[in-house]
Design a protein around this ligand. Structure first.
Ligand SMILES: Nc1ncnc2c1ncn2[C@@H]1O[C@H](COP(=O)(O)OP(=O)(O)OP(=O)(O)O)[C@@H](O)[C@H]1O
Ligand SMILES: [Mg+2]
Length: 440
């Protein structure tokens, strides 16, 4: 496949010599099993390049497993990568395979390799040298046929100097080194990439096409792009979403660029270190609102997920009058309706529920006091597996533990899939497992 075809196929935009060199390297190494180290600042396209190598390789029909070494807590990384026998560590209730076993025949992409702890570095070196490894807690030697692509946004040679990264591993990993320069060192790529994203977002948001005036183009080229292509993409998205005009000027752009003053009407386009205190154009405000909305949307969906799980785990009970008043969203079948609450006080009812969630159900709630879920007067909506009415409500922590254990079991201990199914990040799952472990 020639360069252009590769660019087209993987959406790698740009025309700089530096990018051409990167693509040529991709073409050369793709057919081999050689280990590749991709270096570059955050957002330059390391993952995009790693994926292209895998997809162009004879291993393309096998797994491409992405492991973010920086997201996995130190204590777990070895078992994640190499697997663990039952009982190898607290919480290892079942034996589990590691990524190197899962990816046998395929490629493992070790992202943020500079974050890998020393003990795991030793095991990785062994895999690189002989294809051999053993699961944590086992001495049985296993072999894997896995191609390794690693990436880092740190200067690994410097990490070696500082004694944080093994020198022998560094040399093994960097058999082929692909260095992707930051955008500010390949300015010819800025405009084509930006235009590609403008076009893509205009389609996505069903919006008219935006064009940049000459000074806006110059501003884009003079900006230092600390977040590289990812930041460029976000700025293009903001132009499409936030601007209500087809021609984009520097004044429109400045608020979207980190650390660039919004000196409206001035010809000073140079970036400065920090945004000025009085930096508050309409667009700036809109951008802040936009960002806040995006964050809020994430928080809302996380909250919704948690409430959903709580409803599923506990059944939510509300006083009938709260439902009748239309205070509660959704259908009647979403709730366990309590008969007339004697107190009639919704706030104190909620306090009761919160108390029970926090303190378990061994207190007065079990005696059928007014407004308590689990009380004898509860009218339960049909449930697939009705629980005995007297059964106590588990604590939130127990419910969470049970849920996580069930999900882990379902996915054979695969944390990536488990986290996905639970709607939480892998990092959150690790944190939760750790918290739960500590109580064991
Ligand atoms: N040359 C390019 N053309 C088009 N899109 C690109 C290009 N380079 C990167 N991108 C896009 O920019 C975004 C960031 O790229 P990617 O995730 O590969 O960067 P990264 O170097 O792995 O970043 P990080 O170090 O933060 O993990 C992705 O959406 C990717 O598709
Ligand atoms: Mg990445």
């Amino acid at each position: 496949m020639d360069r252009e075809a590769i660019q087209e196929r993987f959406g790698i935009v740009g025309r700089s010599q530096a990018l051409m060199n990167v693509i040529d390297r991709v073409r050369q190494v793709a057919r081999t099993d050689i280990t590749v180290l991709v270096e570059g600042e955050s957002g330059v396209g390391k993952e995009l390049i790693a994926e292209a190598i895998h997809e162009l390789s004879p291993r393309r029909h096998e797994a491409f497993v992405i492991v973010n070494c920086g997201a996995i807590p130190e204590g777990l990384i070895e078992s994640e990568l190499f697997g663990a026998e039952k009982g190898a560590y607290t919480g290892a209730t079942e034996q589990r395979t590691g990524y190197f076993e899962d990816a046998d025949g395929g490629t493992v992409f070790l992202d943020e390799i500079g974050e890998m702890p020393q003990a795991a570095q030793v095991r990785l070196l062994r895999v690189l040298e002989s294809g051999q490894f053993s699961r944590v807690g086992s001495s049985q030697v296993r072999t894997t046929d896995t191609r390794i692509i690693a990436a880092t946004n740190k200067d690994l040679a410097e990490e070696v100097q500082a004694g944080r990264f093994r020198e022998d591993l560094y040399y093994r990993l960097s058999t082929v080194l692909i260095d992707i320069p930051p955008l500010r060192e390949r300015k010819e790529d800025i405009l084509p990439i930006f235009e590609r994203f403008l076009h893509r977002y205009a389609q996505k948001y069903n919006s008219s096409h935006r064009e940049l005036d000459q000074s806006a183009i110059e501003l884009l080229q003079r900006y230092h792009w600390p977040g590289n292509v990812r930041e460029l993409r976000n700025v293009a998205e903001q132009c499409v979403v936030l601007l209500r005009k087809d021609t984009v000027t520097p004044d429109d752009l400045r608020p979207f660029l980190r650390g660039v003053t919004s000196s409206s009407g001035s010809s000073n386009l140079l970036p400065v270190a920090r945004s000025a205190p009085g930096d508050s154009s309409d667009t700036r405000e809109r951008e802040l609102v936009y960002r806040a909305l995006i964050e809020l949307r994430h928080e809302m969906s996380e909250l919704k997920g948690q409430i959903g799980k709580l409803v599923a785990a506990l059944g939510v009970a509300v006083p009938r009058e709260a439902f009748d008043r239309g205070d509660m969203p959704g259908e009647r079948s979403d709730y366990v309706l309590l008969g007339e609450s004697k107190s009639g006080d919704y706030a104190s009812f909620i306090e009761d529920v919160v108390y029970e969630i926090e303190n378990g159900d061994d207190g007065p709630s079990a005696n059928g006091g007014p407004g308590r879920p689990g009380a004898a007067s509860v009218e339960r909506s049909p449930e697939p597996e009705p629980e005995p009415e007297e059964e106590s409500i588990p604590t939130l922590e127990d419910a969470e533990r049970e849920l996580i254990t069930k999900a882990l079991k379902r996915f054979d201990g695969n944390r990536r899939q488990t986290a996905k199914a639970l709607g939480i990040s892998e990092r959150t799952l690790y944190r939760k497992l750790k918290e739960l472990d500590e109580d064991l």
